[in-house]
Design a protein. Structure first.
Length: 422
């Protein structure tokens, strides 16, 4: 039993808070009412229930769920969170601005309404500008070398309309994205373009490639696209992008995820079983790290198969311990020259993240562990917190594993306390 305790790197308050969150999330008794309360809080127009208006509610949420998953409400708080994560040993953070443009049902039904001349200005003012502003601020908050994540759908109706029709970004959005990319490139911050629902993803893939081509250098990525391994078509999209990167002479930025829309996306586009998704994830990760085609990542054409593999910058975004261990085993062979980062959501799978932190330090490994966090006021973060609550419920076994790991860690600390006292 001399296995090192990875969670020993966490401050006690984190252990206690994680234990509480995981206990609630894995309790059949406590979870349903908690979810119901959070749904109301995330979607209310009543000022008494709005955490940004009700100081008591805000205080409670801020100290518990908010602290578990979010970075802070302002630059100072965000900075403190980043510093404490780096002190633990994380490479850094992936920051995302929490505020979401909320469209009414009528607006959702009529996405093209932003195309009429009279409405364009209003859509730009109320939807694109706030999104761009928030994202620019996030890029300024992120330390050089760290990441900023962004969702195009956050930019409102013009973005949704263009993506669903697979059109290029409309003019105002295009200039906003250029400003964001230029600021990121000049600060040394890297940008992650999130993958979303299938109805929009081909459009997002096009935009990702467009900006990778424009801003990535031959040896490193400023912009990363997100590739969802649960899709049967993931390998085809990725190999087309790899071919484009090789021809264009730029490094492809690949954030590899399993995929978050299992419940909403057309089922036939997704692998039939979890095992198939796992096989694809690990296979694509291996191909990228080794820069070698394999069964899971096939070349786009035969000629491509014999051409040199382009440079890739890789983010392995996963809470799956087996996937992390497999990738680490490949990296520890020492022959890998790809730029690799691991990432987990803040507040989730800390046992996996901390194991990464404790095992990669010192070793000749270039990979570093990052935590993904949103920032914004407590009210702005409620929708994000609700999604995390549902994810914890849907990944019940992992939530239980997390709870048990936190319990064991707490017990270990108590025991070692007595050990010292004796
Ligand atoms: C930093 C970060 C950024 C992310 N960004 C995005 C993003 O931009 N877009 C996005 O879509 N996701 C994104 N994700 C992934 C998503 O949020 C989930 O965290 C992820 O899918 C959970 O899988 P896992 O790799 O942690 O492993 P696990 O918990 O081992 O796998 C669970 C996943 O497996 C897949 N799966 C489960 N059951 C089945 C089944 N029966 N058949 C086929 N597949 C199945 C699903 O994708 C499910 O989410 C991101 C994750 C992280 C950590
Ligand atoms: C949010 O509230 C509105 C009414 O105020 C309701 O129509 C909608 O379904 C709610 N959404 C969620 C996710 O609860
Ligand atoms: C955008 O940023 C400017 C300053 O940079 C600020 O004055 C303005 O209020 C912001 N607008 C929104 C909608 O956030
Ligand atoms: C890949 O990056 C290296 C530097 O890390 C560079 O020397 C090389 O030219 C790049 N390869 C391609 C194909 O651009």
């Amino acid at each position: 039993m001399s296995r090192p305790a990875p969670l020993a790197v966490l401050p006690l308050t984190n252990v206690l808070r994680s234990l509480m969150t995981a206990t609630i999330s894995s309790s059949p008794l406590l979870l349903p009412p908690s979810l119901a309360i959070m749904s109301v809080l995330a979607n209310t127009s009543n000022p008494v229930l709005n955490p940004d208006r009700n100081p008591i509610l805000r205080y409670f949420l801020k100290k518990t769920f908010y602290a578990q998953f979010c970075a802070g409400e302002n630059a100072l708080e965000v900075q403190r969170t980043i510093d404490s994560l780096k002190k633990i040993g994380f490479g850094g953070v992936m920051l995302c601005y929490a505020k979401e443009v909320v469209l009414t049902e009528a607006q959702m039904k009529d996405l093209a309404s932003c195309e009429t001349d009279a409405a364009v200005e209003e859509c730009v003012r109320n939807e694109i500008t706030p999104w761009a502003n928030g994202t620019m601020e996030t890029v300024r908050l992120a330390p050089p070398g760290d990441f900023v994540a962004l969702k195009f759908t956050g930019a409102g109706r013009q973005a949704l309309h263009a993506l669903s029709e697979r059109l290029p970004p409309p003019a105002a959005l295009e200039s906003a994205i250029d400003s964001i990319c230029q600021l990121a490139a000049s600060r040394g911050v890297r940008l992650l373009f999130d993958a979303e629902q299938q109805a929009l993803q081909p459009g997002i893939d096009d935009w990702s490639l467009k900006y990778m081509r424009k801003y990535n250098t031959p040896d490193a990525a400023v912009v990363y696209g997100t590739y969802q391994a649960y899709l049967k078509g993931a390998s085809a999209v990725l190999s087309q992008h790899l071919a484009a990167a090789r021809e264009g002479g730029f490094a492809l930025g690949v954030k590899l995820v399993r995929g978050a829309y299992l419940g909403n996306d057309p089922r036939h586009l997704i692998h039939d079983s979890k095992a198939d998704t796992d096989l694809t994830y690990d296979g694509i990760a291996e191909a990228l790290l080794r820069k070698q085609w394999n069964a899971q990542l096939q070349p786009h054409t035969e000629a491509e198969g014999s051409a040199a593999f382009p440079n890739v910058s890789v983010v392995l975004a996963t809470h799956n311990r087996d996937s992390v261990l497999k990738a680490q085993a490949i990296l520890s062979e020492g022959k890998i020259d790809a730029d690799v980062a691991f990432a987990q959501l803040q507040g989730m799978a800390d046992e996996v993240s901390c194991e990464l932190v404790t095992t990669s330090s010192g070793a000749a490994e270039k990979a570093r562990a990052y935590k993904y966090l949103v920032w914004g006021s407590t009210g702005e973060c409620m929708k994000y917190l609700l999604r995390r609550a549902y994810e914890n419920r849907d990944a019940m076994q992992r939530t239980r594993d997390g709870r048990d790991a936190m319990r064991t860690e707490l017990l270990r600390r108590v025991k070692s306390l007595f050990g010292l006292a004796r």
